[in-house]
Design a protein around this ligand. Structure first.
Ligand SMILES: Nc1nc2c(ncn2[C@@H]2O[C@@H]3COP(=O)(O)O[C@H]4[C@@H](O)[C@H](n5cnc6c(=O)[nH]c(N)nc65)O[C@@H]4COP(=O)(O)O[C@H]3[C@H]2O)c(=O)[nH]1
Length: 875
């Protein structure tokens, strides 16, 4: 019976047959006993682990090599079927079992799927290789061969299985495969293109053996098309040199390199670059040629276009950094300088060694304000950058202004890693800017604020005054007769005088007050706080006093000024109104004898309006025949006769009536009308005098001459013309000039005086005693008469000083050989005083007022009698 119990014969027959079989086996055993012993010995002595099973799958042999590798003694397994458990840890057939069973392919496939094969050497034998995880000492790879054992009849009576521990080989193989896999993966996935070339014909030709996907992509082809292709032409060589088309020259150079590397075994590298039409690098490659141990050539081509571009950009940035005119410094995240450029050194004076490792505080000037760092960091945090002006200090201590842009550089995690500061030195620009601003707001000549800045200052002062509840005052200062000074001494000197005036004005007020120049000789002072103890009029008087001090350039004894004052809030609530009202007040000062101050009053506006109307009316006055000449007699009380008459202008205004000359003559002077009016007076007076002469009244004629008339270059010609025209002989004409005119014009006009004198016309100084005459001029000028100002005459009776002045003038005139006329004689007492002082020429209401010609003519006889009476000694 077999172990699978396959028996169908009846028991008696079976027993009989079994008995026969056993007998037969024993016979065979006996016959082959020695043969088996021999085989057992071979198996036993084999170094190859071997075991044998019989047709019942029972182990019959388990050699020592098996004992060794499985640590299972033969005694414990022979005669059992434990081989299955030993190999597989469970009851499943071994290869030898399948042989004994003569199993079909499906059984081999089932138990050794993919890992078995028929033995090529031994008929009916199978080989397999498998991993045995339950092996002692860990899993083992075994290669095993099982072959059938036959009896003489060719019946399988067992199987022998040899085992080979191939673990080391298998591991090595697996390691190799893994390595191969790894390198293949690398080859397949690497970004550099790799082409493997196989040499042909002793290294004269090469064919493509392999190429990776990067190389396929680079040469826009695929491996199948390229493998086996010889590298004879440029097109085939292209992928080795660069992606895309390549010049023949480059391709041949590449082939040469490949051949050379194959011959010498020395690796070579080539760098190739292709540009677009604009010169931009399109494709840059580093290709390395290496001879492999197999004799193949590996061409590794690395695309360095991006790197080259980055490099080019870096070089450009570095060049910009080195050569830019802007100073640049870079700090680390803590704000420590890590790099500076040459412009930084040029601007700050600190070289790289001195700056690197320092904080930017190295440049701190202390002028930036305490809140600056906070503002800067806040902006860097919020905006990532900051831009603005910074006052810094150079190494030499000099302060400079820079326009800086500070930018934060973030790292990959978005944290600030660097700060880059780029700055320009804008100190000069700033200075120029300041200069331009200064020029826009300041008067070029005196450096004082101009009208523009003045308006701002006034508005500011008003705002402060409103807040603090105090007042401000505007002083409008106009120099008296500045035009004359300018004309006499020239513009350069006029400018010098204005500069000195500006200096003096500034010295008269507080630093907080504003002194401005509107132009010409007009200055404005803003007194910012009138609540302070010193009154505005005090300041004004100090100014006038300061102006009256001697000026050395030009050499002017006295400069006077007229000051108009307007005040906030009384006279206006804005700069324009206050200025206008101060201007009106200044005109009032001008009108009132100048060298004085006037506070603005509402009435002044009215007067100003009146003045404006007058001005326009005056322009029409000659044409409208509104002007008249009145005459006042002059008497010689010693001779007892009327010897002359003074022509005095009158304006009979159609609505206002008679306008006094004091009111309209300065206006006529101001608006330039005095020259034609004066000419008209002279002509009219000469004609009237001639009329009197013709009527037998041969009187001397005095005519007033204004400053402007005197300056008229055609004056002499005009006088000569009028004399000729009217027929009046020059010796009958006397021109009266005020002392002020004479003193102002004296230096320049001695020639004009002489010319008038040469005409035969006499000259007299009017209002003498009021104008600070320089006595030396009196001796130089061809003067005939001094007219004592009526203010002295009027007071000479009761004011000792006036009496003294009158006496002095009379004596002076006598000494200099001039005649002397006392004007404004109104009383007999005055007359007596004058007569006593031997002053015989008089003019005044005592004798007669200025009257029209007709009246004058009528009165002449009466006046003659009075004078004659006066001439007789007073009882
Ligand atoms: N209170 C008082 N006054 C007396 C007396 N005697 C004469 N007067 C006034 O004194 C002024 C004398 O003229 P003036 O000093 O040249 O002063 C003149 C003169 O400077 C100027 N003026 C008058 N007519 C002319 C003119 O045709 N041309 C120029 N350039 N100026 C003129 O106007 C000024 C004033 O002229 P009037 O008002 O006419 O005033 C005249 C005259 O009326 C007197 O006893 N008592």
């Amino acid at each position: 019976m077999t172990d699978n119990g396959r028996s169908a014969a009846p028991a008696n027959r079976r027993d009989h047959r079994e008995c026969d079989a056993l007998t037969e086996r024993r016979r065979i055993k006996v016959e082959h006993g020695s043969e088996r012993d021999c085989l057992s010995q071979i198996i036993e002595g084999s170094p190859v682990p071997t075991f044998v099973i019989d047709e019942n799958h029972v182990v019959t042999h388990w050699n020592r090599a098996c004992e060794a590798i499985f640590s299972v003694p033969a005694a414990t397994i022979i005669g059992t079927r434990r081989q299955r458990e030993i190999f597989y840890g469970k009851d499943r057939p071994c290869l030898a079992d399948l042989i004994v069973d003569q199993a079909g392919e499906e059984a081999y496939e089932r138990y050794y799927g993919g890992k078995y094969r028929k033995s090529a050497l031994i008929s009916g034998a199978y080989e397999a290789e498998d991993l045995f995880p339950v092996f002692q000492g860990g899993p083992h790879w075994l290669f095993f061969t099982a072959a059938p054992l036959f009896d003489k009849n060719g019946t399988i009576v067992g199987a022998v299985e040899t085992l080979q521990d191939v673990t080391d080989r298998k591991l090595a193989e697996m390691a190799f495969l893994a390595s191969e896999r790894r390198f293949r993966d690398l080859f397949e996935t690497m970004s550099d293109s790799v082409v493997i070339l196989q040499p042909q014909d002793e290294g004269t030709e090469f064919v493509v053996a392999d190429m990776n996907p990067a190389a396929e992509a680079a040469c826009l082809t695929d491996r199948d098309q390229m493998v086996g292709k010889p590298l004879r032409d440029a097109a085939s060589a292209a992928p080795l040199a660069t992606a895309g088309p390549v010049s023949t020259e480059t391709a041949l150079a590449t082939l040469d390199a490949v051949r050379r590397v194959w011959r010498t075994g020395r690796p070579e590298s080539r760098f190739s670059i292709q540009h677009d039409e604009g010169g931009k690098a399109l494709d840059c490659r580093n290709t390395h040629f290496i001879r492999l141990p197999t004799g193949e050539i590996a061409c590794l081509s690395e695309d360095v276009t991006e790197r080259e571009r980055n490099q080019a950009e870096l070089e450009m940035a570095a060049s910009v950094f080195r050569h830019t005119v802007e100073g640049i410094f870079v700090t680390d995240a803590r704000g420590i300088i890590v790099s500076v450029n040459p412009a930084f050194t040029r601007i700050t004076g600190y070289d790289e060694q001195e700056a690197v490792g320092q904080s930017p505080r190295l440049l701190r000037s202390g002028l930036q304000g305490d809140d600056f760092p906070g503002i800067l960091w806040e902006s860097l945090k919020k905006e990532g950058s900051w831009q603005g002006q910074i006052w810094n200090r150079r190494k030499n201590g000099e302060i400079f202004l820079e326009w800086a842009t500070i930018t934060q550089v973030l790292d990959a995690q978005g944290r600030p890693s660097r700060y880059v500061a780029i700055f320009n030195d804008i100190t000069d620009l700033h200075r120029k800017d300041e200069q331009i601003k200064h020029q826009a707001y300041h008067d070029a000549l005196t450096g004082l604020p101009n009208r523009l800045l003045l308006s701002k200052r006034i508005e500011q002062a008003i705002a402060v005054a409103r807040r603090n509840g105090h007042g401000i005052a505007l002083l409008f200062i106009d120099l008296d007769h500045f035009k004359t000074i300018n004309d006499c001494f020239g513009h350069d000197m006029g400018d010098k005088l204005l500069i000195e005036v500006a200096r003096r004005l500034k010295s008269c007020v507080r630093d907080s007050d504003t002194v401005a120049r509107l132009g010409g000789d007009e200055f404005i002072i803003v007194i910012g706080d009138t609540s302070l103890p010193e009154s505005v009029s005090h300041v004004c008087h100090r100014i006038l006093k300061s102006l009256r001090q001697h000026f050395s350039e030009p050499e002017v004894e006295v400069v006077t000024g007229s000051i108009g004052i307007s005040q906030f809030p009384e006279d206006g609530g804005d700069a324009e109104t206050l200025l206008k009202h101060a201007d009106i007040a200044m005109y009032e000062s001008k009108r009132r004898s100048r060298n004085t101050i006037s506070f603005f009053t509402a009435d002044m506006t009215h007067k100003m309006m009146r003045r404006l109307e007058l001005e326009s009316d005056l322009r029409r006055s000659i044409d409208h025949a509104e002007l008249e000449v009145y005459y006042q007699p002059k008497a010689d009380i010693t001779a007892g006769d009327i010897y002359g008459m003074e022509a005095l202008l009158r304006w009979r205004h159609p609505i206002r009536g008679m306008v006094p000359p004091d009111e309209f003559i300065p206006l006529a002077e101001e608006i330039g009308m005095i020259v034609p009016i004066g000419e008209w007076v002279l002509r009219t007076a000469c004609r009237d005098a001639m009329g009197l002469h013709a009527a037998g009244q041969r009187l001397h004629l005095s005519v007033n001459l204004s400053m402007q008339q005197f300056r008229d270059p055609d004056l002499v010609a005009r006088i000569a013309g009028i004399l000729a025209e009217t027929g009046l002989a020059p010796e009958w004409l006397e021109l009266e000039l005020t002392e002020t005119i004479i003193m102002t014009e004296a230096t320049q006009s001695i020639e004009a005086f002489n010319q008038i004198k040469r005409l035969g016309v006499a000259l007299s100084i009017d209002d003498f005693g009021t104008g600070y005459s320089s006595l030396s001029y009196l001796t130089k000028l061809p003067i005939d008469t001094l007219k004592i100002d009526r203010s002295f005459i009027q007071h000479c009776g009761h004011d000792g000083n006036s009496a003294t002045v009158v006496s002095a003038i009379i004596n002076l005139a006598a000494q200099l050989g001039h005649s002397v006329v006392a004007e404004g004689v109104e009383t007999v007492a005055q007359l007596a005083f004058l007569r006593e002082r031997k002053c015989s020429m008089i003019q005044g209401y005592l004798l007669g007022r200025p009257v029209p010609l007709s009246e004058f003519t009528t009165n002449l006889a009466r006046w003659g009698k009075i004078v004659a009476a006066l001439a007789s000694p007073i009882a």
